[in-house]
Design a protein around this ligand. Structure first.
Ligand SMILES: NC(=O)c1ccc[n+]([C@@H]2O[C@H](COP(=O)([O-])OP(=O)(O)OC[C@H]3O[C@@H](n4cnc5c(N)ncnc54)[C@H](O)[C@@H]3O)[C@@H](O)[C@H]2O)c1
Length: 337
């Protein structure tokens, strides 16, 4: 078994920079040997950064490149084409969330991934947020008593240049949804990690970002299979905003709070800690989470490690957002699964 993994970065845009930093700092058994972007300048820039060979076409890279695994970071409507081409070429596949832009496309990818004997993993860095993992441990240890409810707040700053063409994520046909299906996924996953599977949701959405076809804000009520409830706010903010609480979990005997920003903390409030006990820093684990997910992928490939979250589980964020969208149409609670 090889001790290092040769990886191609497919899509050299915004998130590729976070993945590359994670590889340099944390997933250090990965060698980036190819980079692919249809924009030659982006491919060349990433090649200069990584020392890898540059390609402008995935199929060309699959024919000529020297790599065993791919990290797909493309607009959502291209996930199926890219993932299937890479499965066919016998590559291990790490695919950025959401799995695809539609449920049908996501299911075709999952089915194809089931048929190959290479590794298929969906990249959801929130799975590795150390504050959320610790919060769940404290909940399991009874630190807040019986769990009742949770809330999450996702505020995503957006800068709009009215003269620039709209980004691809503003197109429903390409992205498959608005903010909830996109960045909102990184808040839905921690809520699932802490509260268990989402059973049904109902909510409201709105549009306040010019030219964005999908929702630019949503408020979603969630019923978890455990009988507990949650509420998630996802919102683009086009101005400076006040301090933010990322998550709060309330139990019969206490609360856990995760605050945002560089000085974010996981804080436990209960009888023993009426003024709140700071359990840990909540920012560092988030910054390191891209590296942690790629390290996990690398160890699944090289060491036969069990991955933290299966692709089938990773459909949950997409299905939760889709159920929200259905509830807007029906005005009713909609089942997630
Ligand atoms: N996990 C996270 O925190 C996070 C954050 C942002 C984006 N994402 C996800 O990462 C993926 C990419 O998002 P992004 O923000 O990096 O987008 P982006 O637009 O910044 O980058 C996408 C890149 O893909 C290239 N591209 C487009 N079509 C191509 C093709 N046919 N062949 C090769 N290259 C092509 C573009 O030129 C661009 O450089 C999406 O799935 C998105 O949801 C995840």
């Amino acid at each position: 078994m090889d001790s290092r993994l040769k990886l191609a970065l497919v899509g050299c845009g915004g998130i590729a920079q976070a993945h590359w930093r994670g590889i340099e700092q944390i997933a250090t058994r990965v060698d980036v040997t190819a980079v692919v972007d249809k924009n030659p300048a982006s491919a060349q820039a990433m090649a200069a950064q990584t020392g890898a060979a540059a390609f402008t076409d995935i199929e060309d890279a699959l024919k000529k490149g020297d790599f065993d695994a791919v990290d797909i970071m493309l607009p959502h409507d291209l996930h199926e084409f890219a993932a299937l081409a890479c499965f066919d070429a016998g590559k291990h596949v790490l695919l950025e969330k959401p799995i695809a832009h539609s449920l049908e496309s996501a299911e075709r990818i999952l089915e194809a991934g089931d048929r190959v004997d290479t590794v298929f993993m969906v990249a959801e860095q929130a799975q590795y947020w150390t504050d959320v993992i610790r919060a769940r441990e404290l909940m399991d240890a009874g630190a807040i008593g019986a769990v009742i409810s949770a809330s999450g707040n996702f505020y995503d700053p957006v800068v709009i240049d009215p003269d620039a063409p709209p980004p691809w994520r503003y197109s429903l046909a390409i992205a498959g949804g608005g903010l909830t299906i996109d960045g909102g996924a990184h808040w839905i996953r921690p809520l699932r990690m802490m509260m268990g599977e989402v059973d049904a949701v109902i909510g409201v959405t709105g549009h306040h970002v010019p030219r964005m076809e999908g929702e630019s804000w949503s408020r979603m009520l969630m019923k978890f299979a455990s009988g507990t409830v949650g509420v998630l706010t996802s919102q683009h903010v086009m101005h400076t905003a006040g301090p933010i609480e990322l998550f709060r979990v309330t139990g019969t005997e206490g609360e856990l709070q995760i605050t945002g920003g560089r000085n974010g903390q996981l804080i436990l409030f209960n009888k023993q800690h009426p003024r709140g006990e700071v359990i840990m820093n909540a920012a560092e684990g988030k910054i390191n989470s891209y590296g942690a997910e790629i390290k996990d992928f690398c160890e699944v490939v090289l060491d036969d490690k069990t991955m933290a979250a299966t692709p089938a589980f990773s459909l949950g964020e997409f299905r939760t957002a889709q159920a929200l969208y259905r509830s807007i149409e029906s005005g009713r609670w909609e089942k997630v699964w």
